[in-house]
Ligand binder design. Structure first.
Ligand code: WTA
Length: 658
């Protein structure tokens, strides 16, 4: 009897024509893999790890569950991530293949082959060693989208140093918080970055962060000269990337690390406290980045692949730095923004570079729809997009109308749109359609990948039948899952394997529902206090703490409000130490607080709206009643029971109209 409890009747939305010879060709092939994983879990993962990774010393153990949920995969194997992504291609016929087509903000294009990329990575890896950086050290990366970003990450991996990349839009304070938490010894940055025709500082932000307490351990700052803009210089700490590279040979013996050696720490927002350092392993992580490049993106030799994410996020790690290089892809990396010099930039670039696989965020699609509707000159129909064969989205739910527009206007009705659901913590795709196999439905990420045992449970961990919404969990460990929260094992266990659910289920933090007929998953959004603003994860607590740190602020509460374009907009409710401001004064103060949050965290965290009241709506026991604030932010009529609220009158000050 088949164990697959999924009914694969074609849903109402017609699937695009099947691509022939896809990596997973048809639903039967998908089901065979699902069954293989279920009937012999360790055999399945061992097979993939042997087929997709190159091992310096083969593993003999597959999964060690003895200290669950601290799982270990392929533990006694030795390998190197950068060897897998680069050296392999020096011998497999890809040495002179273009690895990266880099398009700068101003439109100038630079390409680099696998051989050249290998040489640059080796030079920088040697230079890092020469500066005393050793296996296990942590290196911060604060760089623009660039070839150098990939070189920096791979160079760390080559010597077994852990990188911690921080998105270039984060403030000095955010950078500082992360570098102290991870205990970094070096920073790789650039003088400036170019976005939308503007020069934006990077090195001076690093300087500012390094003036703050707890950074004495940072002995090296490597600077990529991007613009030549003037910067301060602190010898011998600061050094130029090009000078370091020039002084080093172009080969470098990789550090052979154990499969479980951490590859990187990437900070992401949680519902409580400071951002958490999500720690990934070398082998398990890299394995899934490579496998999903083949399964989800069906990568072929002559594809030109383009993922528009930033290397500061997990998507840029798995689907720019590691996945595409592991499988020898040619990829486009773009420095700029989708709306400059105009909102046709993406379409123009797809045409120019003959992109065949295009992976982007729903927020970008929604804003480009708006632009195309008002200016026909930037409508995708005006560009030659015939090279496209696959489209993908990531980071937030995609509404069916945006999905359909993307499929029709960009994909010309012939490209599948893959709505890929996953998280920083999962390392790679979890629930996603497969081109050539899964019948598509707009607005659904469809079915879990083979080996991923996703399910929906209630608050006690009991599995719910299809058609009933609940908590999204994963029942079995998988190789690319996070291994720890940096420096905080308890936070890992309690946050992801909560005792309430029995301690054996990975809790994703999202709500989801499966279709009664097809078993398809639809993600209904976060169940915690994490917001998803333009596909960027933000913790409400982080923004609240930033606001509360302002000298004029007594208290702040932050909630999300659904927004047509950016997914969720940040709304802050603020109580000042002084009297409640009104009119112009309120507007000026709101601007001041917005700028403050931009400086504290980064521009992406600036509240869209700030509302002032005399006090916070609280229960008699003193808890802020967030559900009411959420309703007020949405402009809903308050049907909820108010009897537990101490001071319901303040809701009117906060903008609630009865
Ligand atoms: C959300 C990004 C719906 C979800 C790779 C998740 C999605 C959070 C989707 C992780 C999708 C991501 N449909 N929601 N296809 N993809 N999300 O860590 O709430 O930046 O928990 O990883 O984004 O965001 P993160």
């Amino acid at each position: 009897m088949s164990t697959v409890a999924i009914n694969h009747q074609a849903p109402e939305t017609a699937a695009p024509p099947l691509l022939t010879d896809t990596a997973i060709d048809g639903m039967a092939a998908y089901e065979a893999l699902v069954n293989e994983a279920r009937s012999d879990r360790t055999g399945f993962w061992a097979r993939l790890a042997r087929e997709h990774l190159s091992w310096h010393r083969p593993f003999t153990k597959v999964l060690d569950e003895s200290n669950a949920p601290f799982f270990k995969w392929f533990d006694d194997g030795l390998l190197n991530a950068s060897y897998n992504c680069l050296d392999r291609h020096l011998h497999d016929g890809n040495a002179n293949k273009t690895a990266i087509i880099f398009e700068a903000d101003d439109g100038s294009v630079t390409t680099i082959t696998y051989r050249q990329l290998h040489a640059r990575v080796c030079r920088l890896a040697n230079a890092l060693r020469a500066r005393g950086i050793v296996c296990g050290d942590r290196v911060m990366i604060y760089l623009p989208m660039s070839i150098e970003g990939v070189v920096a990450m791979q160079a760390c991996a080559r010597i077994g140093a852990l990188h911690s990349v921080v998105f270039g839009g984060f403030s000095a304070k955010s950078l500082h918080e992360r570098m102290v938490d991870v205990g970094a010894v070096a920073v790789i940055t650039a003088d400036e970055q170019m976005r939308g025709g503007k020069n934006l500082p990077l090195k001076s932000v690093v300087d500012e962060a390094l003036k703050m307490a707890g950074t004495d351990g940072i002995h090296t700052v490597i600077v990529y000269r991007r613009t030549g803009g003037s910067i301060l210089w602190d010898e011998p700490r600061d050094c130029w990337l090009h000078e370091l590279e020039a002084a080093q040979p172009d080969t470098c013996e990789p550090e052979w690390v154990g499969a479980e050696h951490p590859l990187f720490v990437l900070y992401t927002s949680g519902s409580t406290g400071t951002p958490k350092g999500v720690q990934h392993s070398t082998a398990g992580y890299l394995l899934w980045a490579a496998v999903t490049m083949k399964w989800t993106f069906d990568l072929r030799t002559d594809d030109v692949y383009w993922c528009t994410a930033d290397i500061g996020w997990i998507t840029g790690h798995s689907y720019i730095c590691y996945g595409p290089t592991a499988v020898g892809a040619t990829q486009v990396i773009f420095e700029g923004v989708p709306t400059w010099p105009d909102a046709g930039r993406f379409w123009e670039m797809i045409a120019r570079h003959k992109v065949s696989i295009f992976y982007t965020a729903p927020t970008a699609i929604r804003s480009l729809i708006k632009a195309a509707e008002t200016n026909s000159g930037v409508h995708p129909r005006r560009f030659d997009l015939d090279s496209l064969r696959l489209l993908g989205t990531v980071g937030e739910p995609i509404n069916p109308s945006a999905w359909e527009w993307f499929a029709r206007e960009v994909g010309g009705g012939r490209c599948p749109v893959l709505d890929t659901f996953w998280q920083t913590e999962t390392g790679g795709h979890m629930i996603t359609p497969l081109p050539g196999a899964t019948p598509l439905v707009a607005g659904s990420c469809t079915l879990p990948l083979p080996g991923i045992e996703a399910a929906i449970v209630d608050e006690t961990g009991c599995e719910l039948p299809n058609g009933q919404g609940g908590l999204l969990v994963v029942k079995e460990p998988w190789p690319s899952m996070l291994r720890a929260i940096w420096g905080n094992p308890q936070r890992f266990r309690s946050g992801y394997y909560p005792a309430d659910l029995g301690g054996k289920l990975y809790l994703a933090g999202d709500g989801a529902i499966r279709d009664a007929q097809t078993g398809y998953f639809t993600i209904t959004g976060r169940i915690d206090d994490v917001l998803n603003v333009s596909g960027h994860r933000m913790g409400t607590m982080e923004i609240e703490s930033a606001l509360a740190a302002h000298p004029l602020v007594a208290e702040a509460a932050v909630v999300g409000r659904p927004d047509e374009t950016i997914g969720e907009a940040i709304v802050a409710f603020v109580v000042l130490k002084g009297p409640r401001p009104q009119g112009t004064e309120a507007r000026q103060l709101a601007d001041q607080l917005r700028a403050w949050v931009g400086k504290e965290i980064g521009p992406i965290a600036k509240p869209k709206e700030i509302r002032f009241g005399d006090s916070m709506p609280k229960t008699r026991s003193g808890k802020v009643v967030r559900r009411l604030l959420r309703s007020v932010a949405k402009g809903e009529t308050l049907a909820q029971d108010m009897s537990t609220v101490e001071n319901p009158a303040v809701l009117r000050q906060f903008g609630h109209h009865e």
